[in-house]
Write a protein that binds this ligand. Structure first.
Ligand SMILES: C[S@@+](CC[C@H](N)C(=O)[O-])C[C@H]1O[C@@H](n2cnc3c(N)ncnc32)[C@H](O)[C@@H]1O
Length: 293
């Protein structure tokens, strides 16, 4: 459910070597946790206080145990609402996604290559800083597409980075971008203003509750960098209510590629291209009846 107003969080602190951070972030993201902070020997994951139930904890431990072969130790601490923005901005550095994209933060020195598109993202605990492989994969797929005259939807927009990128890549139609986190929606609006990216409508919506009514407008390209569980539940609706749309997916671990292929086959999608980074993949898929994007 979307939430508004003051938000207290639970911080889960895992003692893990940085080489394993990406893997842990992926596994925890698959469990619906979207906010992370990396430190030298610790990975901090955050979720709204009301979501941290006994059931959630048990499911998370069982899932980590299944994927890692052992249940990692962690501590859970209550965190009152505070200025995450300042903490994030202090820690982040510019990141080169490709020759085409550079993601930067406010007041950081940058040196873009000729022709490189610069996107300024000042995150507020929202996923989409470019610090995660799934965001990088989405951007690398998008830069290969012709986006002009394509009606686009961005599901789970986080910082708004993908919608902003679409605009900078020449997309010229209104974009609907939404997230079920109030923080993310608020932050996406700030980032869109900062990047002077016009005509992007940011909404606080839940893909599992509000998608069908919005799909009826008809879309050419739908971006969904979320996680396996949500994709499993929303892709059938996308296929049914936006049957012409090409879909760009990420947030899926390489171990789950067989599951994804089965789902796509069942729904009548063909895979145009899958790319990989670390344990992550992104697939561009289109309905079998369509031949071009
Ligand atoms: C992996 S992040 C992707 C963010 C950004 N699009 C990017 O590519 O970097 C997933 C985002 O989906 C949002 N999300 C998760 N479940 C959702 C749902 N059911 N409806 C809408 N947004 C959701 C999370 O809050 C998070 O911001």
């Amino acid at each position: 459910m979307p939430n508004t107003g003051i938000q207290n969080y639970i911080e889960l602190a895992f003692i893990v070597n940085p080489s394993l951070h990406e893997l842990y972030i992926g596994l925890l993201a698959a469990e619906g946790i979207a906010y992370f902070q990396e430190e030298d020997e610790r990975l901090l994951a955050y979720l709204p206080e009301e979501e941290w139930t006994d059931e959630k904890e048990q499911t998370m431990i069982a899932f980590l145990q299944e994927r890692l072969g052992t249940a990692p130790a962690y501590t859970a601490t209550f965190m009152a609402d505070r200025n995450w923005n300042a903490e994030w901005e202090a820690n982040l550095q510019p990141i080169e996604i490709s020759d085409r994209f550079l993601i930067v933060q406010k007041n950081k020195d940058i040196n873009p290559k000729p022709g490189q598109i610069v996107i300024e993202i000042n995150p507020k605990m929202s996923f989409g800083t470019g610090y995660h492989a799934t965001t990088r994969l989405m951007l690398r797929q998008m830069e290969q597409l012709e986006l002009k005259d394509k009606k686009m939807m961005d599901i789970g927009t986080g910082t708004g980075v993908l919608a902003i990128a679409a605009r900078k890549l020449g997309n010229n139609l209104p974009i609907l971008a939404f997230d079920n986190s109030a923080w993310a929606a608020e932050n996406a609006i700030e980032n869109i203003e900062q990047n002077a990216a016009p005509d992007i409508k940011i909404e606080l919506l839940d893909a599992e509750e509000d998608l069908i009514v919005n799909l009826r407008e008809g879309y050419d390209l739908i971006l969904a960098n979320i996680n396996k569980n949500v994709i499993d539940r929303i892709l059938p609706a996308i296929r049914k209510y936006s049957p012409e749309a090409t879909v760009l997916l990420s947030g899926i671990l390489v171990y789950d590629e067989p599951w994804l292929k089965k789902l796509l086959k069942r729904l009548g999608y063909e895979i145009v291209q899958t790319i990989y980074e670390d344990e992550w993949l992104s697939s561009l898929v289109r309905p079998l009846s369509r031949s071009t994007l």
